[in-house]
Design a protein around this ligand. Structure first.
Ligand code: HMG
Length: 391
């Protein structure tokens, strides 16, 4: 195997749900100063699923354009990362594999470590491609974030799926150099199996995240990573977009560099556009930041990007990628804008109704109303099984 083989992200696509609640509407009803949402946490709206949308329908919608463009002949592995799992045993990716009409000679697995899972999946994928450069790996991150009503986390909810095709000689981003890793046993955010909403120590989670930025960067540096000056921009995990700016301030201070507003904006501002209107999509969040950056008007050809992935609990990784020549011809900016722009705005009452709804657990036949605008839907429940269909 040639050691200088370029491996990375060949194609990248994201989709979100069909409904959206604006922070203006949330603030109007809970009495919060809207500036706290728009400026304090940097969020403007949150994606919400219809009754017939879940991580499988979002994941399939995100991955379908990749399958349409590249086919499935070279895809031998599908890895779906999520922390909104729908089954304790069966991998959600198997439903995606089926909905997308993929051939049987494929391995499909699900991975979990909070929001970090997709980066683990990406690294597994890169290893598989390194072993056999003819193969491609479909990596999907799909999540719906849900916090208790009235809790501080409520304003950071969201939903999206990002799908990536990982290959040799990638068209978009070549993964380069070492990874900086940082694991710490903290209870900053978690969700026991019996709960539908996450538990969170908000302030502790922010502190744990910022400590991980420092820890992962230091490890990256020790392992011979590139110096700060080599990076054009940084894609941070964005549970809310303001945290990306705080994270970069932390990184600059760790490096002893000037952390003024201009430096922060230059490195981070172009990465927040999708996340500020979609909300926290957990595993997909950092990849939506990367998508926003690549879709931005700047020409990033040959430039190095920093990627910081964080999953509560916690595991973090800092790694770098170099943008490939000709990458703009492969982007899907219009489709991403459409996915975000076509969501139906709902009011607070409708949001509360959605939140009160739960799927029956008695194993009976239960049809779901056709509400999604997406290409796949959860059509029914039967015998404790989920029945999906093309919409
Ligand atoms: P909070 O208590 O509602 O908000 O919780 P706050 O009082 O800390 O205010 C937030 C910011 O808004 C502050 O700015 C305020 O000053 C500002 P900061 O001090 O941070 O710079 N602010 C205002 N600004 C302008 N005008 C105003 C105004 N009022 C206040 N009028 C918290 C915030 C993030 C804790 C909460 O939303 C939460 O618990 N979120 C969920 C947890 C979370 O997102 N943690 C992030 C790190 S952990 C992580 O990223 C992992 C995760 O994605 C899960 C996973 O890995 O699976 C969550």
């Amino acid at each position: 195997m040639p050691s200088d083989l370029a491996i990375g992200i060949h194609d990248l696509s994201f989709r979100t749900t069909s409904l959206v609640l604006s922070h203006t509407e949330l603030a109007r009803r809970n009495g919060t100063d809207i500036a706290k949402y728009h400026k304090g946490i940097g969020q403007r709206a949150m994606s919400l699923p219809t009754a017939d949308e879940d991580i499988v329908t979002m994941a399939s919608a995100a991955a379908a354009p990749l399958v349409q463009r590249h086919g499935t002949d070279r895809v031998r592995t599908v890895v779906l990362a999520t922390e909104s799992s729908i089954d304790q045993s069966k991998a959600a990716g198997i439903y995606v594999h089926s909905l997308l009409g993929m051939p049987p000679n494929v391995r499909v697995v699900e991975v979990k470590q909070a929001c970090y899972g997709a980066t683990a999946a990406l690294q597994f994928a890169a290893g598989l491609v390194h072993r056999d450069p003819q193969q491609q790996v479909l990596v999907i991150a799909s999540d719906i974030s849900r916090y208790d009503l009235g809790s501080p986390g409520e304003a950071t909810q969201g939903a999206a799926a990002a799908a990536m095709l990982v290959s040799a000689e990638p068209a978009l981003l070549e993964l380069t150099g070492p990874s900086g890793l940082f694991t710490s046993d903290v209870m900053d955010f978690w969700r026991p199996n019996y709960r539908t909403t996450a538990l969170v120590n908000g302030k502790e989670s922010v502190a744990a995240y910022l400590e991980a930025v420092q820890g992962a960067w230091r490890d990256y540096h020790v392992r011979g990573g590139l110096p700060l000056e080599e990076f054009r921009a940084f894609c941070y995990h964005q549970p809310y977009t303001r945290l990306a700016f705080k994270a970069h301030r932390q990184l600059l201070e760790t490096c002893g560099a000037q952390a003024d507003e201009e430096a922060l904006d230059h490195a981070v501002a172009a990465t927040t556009g999708y996340n500020e209107t979609v909300g926290n999509s957990y595993t997909a969040s950092m990849y939506l930041a990367l998508t926003a950056l690549l879709d931005s008007p700047d020409d990033l050809t040959g430039r190095t990007l920093g990627l910081f992935s964080y999953g509560s609990g916690s595991v973090a990784e800092f790694f770098a990628g170099r943008v490939r020549a000709g990458y703009k011809a492969h982007l899907r900016g219009a489709a991403h804008q459409e996915a975000v722009g076509k969501r139906r705005a709902i009011g607070y009452e409708a949001y509360r109704e959605l939140r009160e709804r739960t799927l029956p657990t008695d194993g009976g036949w239960y049809e779901l109303p056709h509400q999604t605008q997406g290409p796949y839907r959860l059509a029914a429940l039967r015998d404790h099984q989920r029945i999906y269909e093309a919409a």
